[in-house]
Ligand binder design. Structure first.
Ligand code: XMP
Length: 326
């Protein structure tokens, strides 16, 4: 297949006015392409699929059917935000599938990282496929492919994202942001009225918290990780670091250590803070989080999150470490 190429003279979308012109033009093109037919979209709540959803809702309203699969490995509040923004505020035709038990049951006892990824990716496709087959009259599949996806791979957002879709789906593609770079997608998202924190959020791997709940995932440790991660994100936000730092998160390994609470010894997990900066994720440097902030986060996590009695900070750059732990 011939590769899509961004025209050399295409202006960078850096302002609201340019974004509005892009939106107007895309709305027209989408309406021309789709006519009165129906379009299906896997809406993860990430920047790209969210912007595509908002664009399509503007262009074709209820002819767009969004499917949000909650694999149980989302961060705290993420699925709720998808339902709130797209279901309630934008009035989208949204199918919400809580597949938490399916995913966690399949992952039970599985500790090998690539096996975990395979299970999560494979099950995602299965769930999406099942939902798609319940629907009638779908002619198009919308995707949040962006220009770097085309430059880096074969043009569809399948690389190592969960969100790679069944190859045998016989749909024509609608990819309205495929010529845009990430920063442009964000400007377009803001012009479409999407929440700032949704449009400017840090990258989040497709397998989600699944690769941060290290080793074999257990529900109680996953819950502790999600709560600790929410505290970290809240503190980064409060301290103005949320949009400055490329990626910041908590990982919780599958070992316990001894702590003391109310004069008694007890065993708990460790939460590891990782905060890195990079431009392309191929190499990364460490964000030097101020110590008073680390103390405060440690205090909050160890007091507010059941099961965690220790907080550590990972200061390993990439290389030699990778950004994620598995
Ligand atoms: P590493 O850990 O390889 O990560 O240094 C580089 C970037 O890729 C993200 N990452 C993933 N993204 N599916 C994804 O969609 C994955 O399986 C996956 N593994 C890593 C990671 O978060 C970082 O931004």
């Amino acid at each position: 297949m011939e590769k899509t190429v961004r025209p050399e003279n295409m202006e960078r979308i850096t302002t609201k006015a340019l974004a509005e012109a892009f939106i107007e033009n895309q709305v027209k093109e989408i309406r021309e392409q789709v006519g009165d037919k129906k379009v299906l979209l896997a809406l993860s709540g990430g920047v790209d699929s969210s912007v595509v959803a908002a664009l399509l809702i503007k262009a074709i309203g209820k002819q767009l059917i969004c499917v949000h699969v909650n694999h149980g490995l989302m961060r705290k509040g993420e699925s709720e935000q998808v339902i709130e923004v797209f279901g309630r505020e934008l009035g989208a035709n949204l199918i919400y599938v809580d597949a938490t038990d399916r995913f966690l049951d399949l992952l039970d006892g599985v500790s090998e990282p690539e096996k975990k990824r395979k299970i999560i990716g494979g099950e995602f496709i299965k769930v999406f496929d099942e939902e798609a087959s319940k629907l009638e009259g779908i002619s198009f599949l919308a995707q949040g492919t962006i220009y770097p996806d085309i430059l880096e791979s074969d043009g569809v957002k399948a690389h190592h994202n969960v969100g790679g879709l069944p190859e045998d789906m016989q749909f024509e593609l609608v990819e309205p942001v495929k010529l845009l770079f990430k920063d442009e997608v964000r400007v377009v998202g803001e012009a479409l009225g999407l929440p700032h924190n949704m449009v400017y959020r840090q990258p989040f791997p497709g397998p989600g918290l699944g690769v941060r709940c290290l080793g074999a995932i257990t529900r109680d440790r996953l819950h502790a990780l999600r709560e600790a991660d929410a505290i970290l994100r809240e503190e980064f936000d409060k301290n103005g670091l949320a949009e400055k730092v490329w990626q910041y998160f908590i990982a919780v390994p599958d070992f316990k250590s001894v702590g003391v609470k109310d004069g008694k010894r007890y065993e708990g997990w460790a939460a590891i803070i990782r905060a890195v900066n990079t431009t392309d994720a191929m190499s990364a440097t460490i964000e030097e989080i101020p110590y008073p902030m680390i103390h405060h986060i440690t205090n909050r996590i160890t007091h507010e999150v059941d099961g965690i009695n220790r907080v550590m900070v990972d200061v390993t750059p990439k290389p030699v470490g990778t950004i994620e732990f598995e």
